[in-house]
Structure formats: structure tokens, C-alpha cells
Design a binder for this molecule. Sequence first.
Ligand SMILES: Cc1cc2nc3c(=O)[nH]c(=O)nc-3n(C[C@H](O)[C@H](O)[C@H](O)COP(=O)(O)O)c2cc1C
Length: 199
Amino acid sequence: MHLLTVLDHPDPASFSAAVAARVMAGAAAAGHTTELADLNAEGFDPRWSMADIEADRTGTPPADVRTEQIRIDRADAIAFVFPLFWWGMPATMKGWMDRIWSWGWAYDQLEDPEQSLQRPRTGMLLVPAGARSDEMATLGYRDALETLWINGTFGYFGFADRRIEVLNGSKGSASRREALLGRAYDCGAALQPPVGPSG
Ligand SMILES: Cc1cc2nc3c(=O)[nH]c(=O)nc-3n(C[C@H](O)[C@H](O)[C@H](O)COP(=O)(O)O)c2cc1C
């Protein structure tokens, strides 16, 4: 399988960047090929603009959008890595999703999120978070992310296998962080081919 890891963090020495490296290391150890989309290092422009709106009319996406779609075309699995910001995703990752997974390419209708135009893939979110897991569960944030991302977004993306790993306590001790990096490695090592609708 080919794993595309999409990273949103400007600091190459960040915990998020380490998470991205570990999930790819796990996948490589299991015999998969890997590719990193480092959105900040590559200067991806996350702003949804008139060019994106025109693309809906003409059917021809902006060149930077097409480049990312071609990356997705060759991926069997996609890992999204970003720090949890205000119980959501940081701006560059949000813009990457807004612009790339466009109408007519990812989906052609809105009423059923399970009718993607994309082939089945494995999708996972690896999300470092400062909060504790019990705090997130009790206050309903964990369920909210599941609803928004796993149910409300990954269906449109065509992901057959979906996984969210909130890496709670990412600002904690060195041993805590090493355990979280181990979880990221395991996610890569455990990659399975996506099971399609007929599978
Ligand atoms: C702007 C901002 C918003 C944040 N919002 C949240 C949040 O809503 N929930 C949470 O658990 N942590 C939040 N954090 C903490 C980050 O998730 C944490 O610092 C990050 O996971 C650390 O990863 P890094 O070292 O790769 O930056 C926030 C941090 C920043 C800077």
C-alpha cells in the first residue's frame, strides 16, 4: 500500500512532525511505501478563492489543487497529522481539505456522505492535543470530533476504514510523549488494505 501523510505544522522539530515521521516509519517497517505532504514547508496556500469557485464552473481545478489531487490518486491510505486547535484543525489543514476535496472530484451531492466519487481508502487522523482524554470524553469533545470528522467528512472522502487517534497529553513528560509516538508508529504498522463496499 502507499501511505500519504499530510502534516500541518510549521516547526520541523515539533511533536506533530515527530508523529508524522513515526507513522511513516511504522508503515515502512510493514512494507508500505510512504510520501509526506508537508503543507507549511511546501508553501501550500489554504485560502479558498475565486479560482476555486471558477473551477466549480469550468471543471478545471487550479494547478496547486490538481497537484494535491494527483498525490491523493496514488495513495491507498492517508494520515492527517495536526495539533488540535480550539477543538478543531489548524488553518492550513482546514484549507487543504476545503480546496482539494472538491465538489465533482470527491463527491457530487451533499445528502449522503457515503456516496463519494473516490475509491475506497484508509483514512486516519493523528491529532496531538494538550487536553487529557478523560476531560475530552466527559465534556463531549471526543464524540464531537468523531461526529464531525469520521461521520461528517471521511464519508465524502470515500474512506472505507476510518480511525481517529487523539494523542492526549502531547505537552506532557518525555515518557508520555514517547508512548504517544509509539501509538503513531503502531498505526502505520497496522495499516490494512481498505475494505470496499463489496469487500
Ligand atoms: C492556538 C492553539 C489552540 C489550541 N487548542 C487546543 C484545544 O482546543 N484542545 C487541546 O487539547 N489543546 C489545544 N492546544 C494545545 C495543542 O494541541 C498542543 O500544544 C499541541 O498538540 C502540541 O503539539 P506540537 O508540539 O506539535 O505543537 C492549542 C494550542 C494552540 C497553540
